[in-house]
Design a protein around this ligand. Structure first.
Ligand code: NDP
Length: 249
């Protein structure tokens, strides 16, 4: 198989399941070394065992800045400079707004927004340095169609994803001129563990209706897109990409 990402060094947050795990596999398959970041060490070690020397499992909590500092140091020590960041860790919790689940709101904001901002910042110097040497450098943020669509029960989640999309747009104004590509990917429904954390009966029922009404994307579908973006020549950037199940409108 072609290995267009040979020589690249990637960091994937949320690599323990779903889109992040699938993307880590595809990036490694295409030749990249991949640091696997998430909280569940057992999952990361299982994936790393499959990927061999190309993988570095690093336990990391997106809501804890000290954990990011440690992860950053570990990756620098083992792999050196990073030139691809897949900013993917996220949580989706849904319930009627009036229920006032403030703890869940805070968790989504801390993980999806503050965590993503911190991860981007932790590796921005690496990306700029790689680009300055004429190498491809990518910041790929996983947002969602939730950034632009609206659903009952998802106000705070949708707001966090709108923030991620606008973060990417704005970072691109600083990083594009420095030859770092910023890509924002907005998937529609993808069958992963993400939906499993929803426990409000109305929200669970809505997800179940969607599940039976249409064929969802797989994590592999999104992973292939990530690899495609990263494999472009350095001067080609896909700033914003929506990927939807055909039947989701
Ligand atoms: P999963 O639940 O399968 O994966 C989420 C990943 O994020 C896990 O690896 C999880 O690892 C990690 N994560 C969650 N909280 C933290 C934390 N505090 N610190 C570190 N890692 C964390 O779902 P998906 O693969 O679907 O989600 C990936 C991204 O895709 C998310 O940003 C999601 O919003 C987005 N997305 C998903 C869609 C879908 O329909 N599935 C649609 C559009 C966007 P661990 O628990 O081990 O820490």
């Amino acid at each position: 198989a072609a290995r267009p990402l040979t020589g690249r060094t990637a960091v994937v947050t949320g690599a323990s399941s779903g889109i992040g795990a699938a993307a880590a596999r595809v990036l490694a398959d295409r030749g990249a070394r991949v640091a696997l970041l998430a909280r569940r060490a057992d999952r990361l070690e299982g994936l790393a065992a499959d990927l061999g020397d190309a993988a570095l499992p690093v336990v990391f909590d997106a809501t804890d800045p000290a954990s990011l500092d440690r992860a950053r140091a570990r990756i620098a020590g083992e792999f050196g400079r990073v030139d691809l960041v897949l900013n993917n860790a996220g949580v989706m919790l849904a319930a009627p707004f009036a229920d006032g689940r403030t703890g869940e709101w805070q968790r989504m904001i801390d993980t999806n927004v503050t965590g993503a901002i911190r991860v981007a910042h932790a590796f921005v110097d690496d990306l700029v340095a790689a680009a300055a040497e004429g190498r491809p450098a990518d910041l790929i943020d996983i947002s969602s169609v939730a950034a632009v669509m609206a659903f009952p029960g998802y106000a705070v989640y949708c707001a966090t994803k709108a923030a991620v999309t606008h973060l990417s747009r704005n970072l691109r104004t600083e990083l594009g001129p420095r030859r770092v590509r910023v890509t924002n990917i907005q998937p529609g429904l993808v069958a992963t563990e993400l939906q499993g954390h929803v426990d409000h009966p109305e929200a669970v029922a809505m997800l179940e209706d969607w599940r039976t009404a249409l064929t969802w994307l797989t994590d592999q579908d999104v992973a292939e897109l990530v690899a495609y973006v990263a494999a472009q020549p350095w001067h080609v950037n896909l700033p914003e990409i929506t990927i939807m199940p055909t039947e989701q409108v």
